[in-house]
Write a protein that binds this ligand. Structure first.
Ligand code: G3P
Length: 217
């Protein structure tokens, strides 16, 4: 399973990249705003910085909600760097734009997906990635992981090449359960990746090894 980090924070992106397990980055307008990155030019510049900081795909989201606007913004984003994946919202214009970009060989990520039907449409439109938001479903007492499992089944039934990018991952158990289901990618905060390092038996075991080594020297 590929690990993407879901942030526009360059320090966190670099920390995950340094660990050697990062496969890409996802962002959205809220994550950009959280880092104080506003204005079209600053946002484009920030995407270029993110691309330099990582190897792998970087999802950059269009703001337009009409087809022509999505095409114009998506082409501008894709021209920044071959790592850019054009992120499009799961609305009719987004699906139409997804088909346009996939026909041109430009990578796409259909975002804000909350149902199997939406994921099916994204795959039919040739999306590179589909982003079901599992944490936000859990927030409203709906089983987000079940949606990931259902999309996996439907995609496998027909051999769709669209990669399931489990998004709105909040914690290590989300990561582990996504891996069990067979999600192709997960994107979450740095803590959902670094949290996988932790086990008290690792810490106590290492302390004992070092203690015993000292006794023998
Ligand atoms: O990748 C989608 C993500 O940014 C949404 O996460 O935690 O705001 O639901 P969250």
């Amino acid at each position: 399973m590929k690990f993407f980090i879901d942030t526009a924070n360059l320090d966190q992106i670099k920390e995950a990249q340094d660990l050697g397990v990062l496969d890409g980055v996802t962002t959205n307008p809220s994550l950009m705003a959280k880092e104080g990155i506003t204005g079209a030019n600053n946002i484009l510049e920030h995407y270029t910085k993110i691309c330099k900081a990582v190897e792998g795909d970087v999802s950059a989201e269009v703001i337009a909600t009409d087809y022509e606007g999505m095409i114009a913004q998506g082409e501008e984003l894709a021209a920044l760097n071959p790592q850019i994946v054009v992120k499009l919202p799961m609305i009719a214009a987004g699906i139409k734009a997804c088909k346009y970009f996939s026909d041109k060989g430009i990578k796409t990520n259909v975002t804000l997906v909350f149902s199997v039907g939406q994921a099916l449409l994204a795959a039919k439109a040739g999306a590179t990635y589909v982003s079901p938001f599992l944490g936000r479903l859990d927030d409203i007492s709906t089983d987000g992981l079940q949606l990931i499992a259902d999309i996996r089944q439907v995609y496998d039934n027909y051999g769709f090449k669209t990669q399931i990018l489990s998004a709105s991952v909040r914690n290590t158990m989300h990561v582990i359960n996504c891996a069990k289901i067979g999600s192709d990618v997960m994107t979450g905060p740095l803590s959902s990746i670094t949290g996988l390092l932790n086990h008290p038996l690792t810490d106590s075991g290492l302390a004992k090894f070092l203690e015993d080594y000292k006794k023998g020297n």
